[in-house]
Design a protein around this ligand. Structure first.
Ligand code: HAM
Length: 413
């Protein structure tokens, strides 16, 4: 039976890996005083059109949007930042600002599925709302980097940063970029020609060779930053150096969402193919006003859990069984003693499996396959003597013990 295109079932070590990533980032985020937030997967469509930008790829072609039965237009959230900013106003949290949040959950984008790109995917992220200084950007990137360090990925990734400045810097730069690119209008790719009027900064993102050639000599945003934006970015870079966080400046990094200002950053890898961004974020000082609230300068990031999973897959060990309970027959006393042992061990928090196979041979094979550390073997003799046979599956050594002695025996091991 088929799944919906771009969606996938996660089980076994992959499901374990996703849970691990979520718990790891949550535990790190707590050190930065983040609290958890869970916002709805369904939001009013307008939330995204007003915040992400009408001309962005997400809004113009990637949203799962549909009318509900009362005719309201709803959208499956394509990202988490807009919903969390909305939550500040919906729950009257403005008076409690500044606030830091951690979130994780499914996001939806109607993109062409490929390795690392899915229509349902999981983002793990943080948002620092109501913080307007470079220190908050530094904290945010430091948290992202700590996450990467804990995953042993520092050698496989690169942190890229850029400043797209304040509104005025961006306006000035946009004008200079449009003036420059207009000279080469006919040589640009059709997509970039289209963006020239609608969203010129996004042309910087183009991977097309013909655009890249033209972009080589294009004006750079760093030459258009206001004194304030320049100082902000310089201080951030100083802070990253102070914390020994390696980074490269990428003047072409503009991000695919309209709500950013000042700092933007991405962590990329060359190890998983073309979908190379595993974590991305930046400052968004005007998102809250765009959606109708007051100004709440903020910064945050989101990591793509499935992409991270492609990088850490080998690190995830399947949980191995500690005890396999092997019954030699199905007589009532044998089953009853096995039930007692199962409970006794699980009460001690051991991982217990009960192989369901018919023969002793097959049950032992299953215990081996599960990498079980111990087998507790119970047959008629064990019932008569009120003992169990405990087999060490690594050494093959076997001991007879009264059930009540088992816990003490194991604690000596
Ligand atoms: P984004 O760059 O659109 O930013 O997505 C963040 C991360 O989500 C990407 O770097 C990637 O790892 C993952 N991702 C995005 N689309 C897909 C997909 N189709 N399949 C698998 N993974 C994907 C945002 O969403 C911003 N809200 C980040 C942010 C938070 N900025 C400030 N705060």
């Amino acid at each position: 039976m088929k799944t919906v295109s771009g969606t996938k079932d996660y089980y076994g070590t992959e499901a374990q890996g996703l849970r691990y990533l979520d718990q790891l980032l949550l535990s790190l985020a707590k050190k930065y005083n983040c609290q958890e937030i869970k916002t709805p997967i369904l939001e009013m469509t307008q939330l995204f059109t007003t915040s992400l930008g009408e001309t962005t790829d997400i809004v113009s072609k990637e949203m799962f949007t549909f009318p509900d039965k009362s005719g309201d237009s709803l959208t499956l959230r394509p990202e988490g930042t807009a919903g969390i900013t909305r939550a500040i106003f919906s729950n009257s949290l403005v008076a409690d600002l500044p606030l830091k949040f951690y979130y994780s959950g499914p996001m939806f984008r109607y993109e062409t599925p490929q390795k690392g790109r899915y229509r349902q995917f999981t983002q793990l992220g943080v948002e620092f709302l109501g913080y307007e200084n470079y220190q908050a950007d530094l904290e945010c990137i430091t948290l992202a980097w700590e996450f990467i360090q804990k995953l042993n990925l520092t050698e496989k990734v690169q942190l890229e940063i850029n400043s797209i400045g304040d509104k005025q810097s961006r306006e000035n730069y946009k004008q200079a970029l449009v003036n420059y690119l207009t000279q080469y209008k006919n040589e640009l790719s059709p997509e970039s020609q289209d963006r020239l009027n609608k969203n010129p900064l996004r042309i910087l993102d183009s991977k097309k060779d013909q655009d890249q050639v033209i972009l080589k000599n294009a004006p750079q945003i760093k030459d258009y930053l206001s004194d304030g934006s320049k100082k902000w970015f310089d201080q951030l870079k100083k802070g990253l150096n102070l914390y020994n966080i390696p980074f490269v400046e990428n003047s072409l990094l503009v991000r695919g969402l309209d709500y950013y200002s000042e700092t933007v950053f991405e962590i990329t890898t060359t190890e998983i193919g073309s979908q190379n961004a595993i974590l991305a974020g930046g400052r968004y000082n005007d998102l809250s006003s765009q959606i109708g609230g007051e100004r709440v300068p903020s910064v945050g990031f989101a990591a793509g859990a499935e992409r991270l999973l492609l990088l850490i897959n080998e690190q995830i060990q399947p949980t191995s069984v500690e005890f396999s309970i092997i019954t030699l027959n199905n007589s009532d006393p044998v089953i009853e003693l096995s039930l007692k042992m199962i409970k006794l061990l699980r009460d001690q928090n051991y991982i217990v499996d009960v192989p369901q196979n018919e023969s002793l041979n097959k049950k032992m094979k299953k215990a081996n396959k599960n990498k079980s550390k111990w087998a507790v073997i119970i047959g008629e003799n064990e019932v008569l003597e009120n003992k169990i046979s405990l087999k060490n599956m690594t050494t093959g050594e076997q001991t007879n013990l009264e059930p009540s002695q088992l816990v003490a025996y194991l604690s000596n091991k």
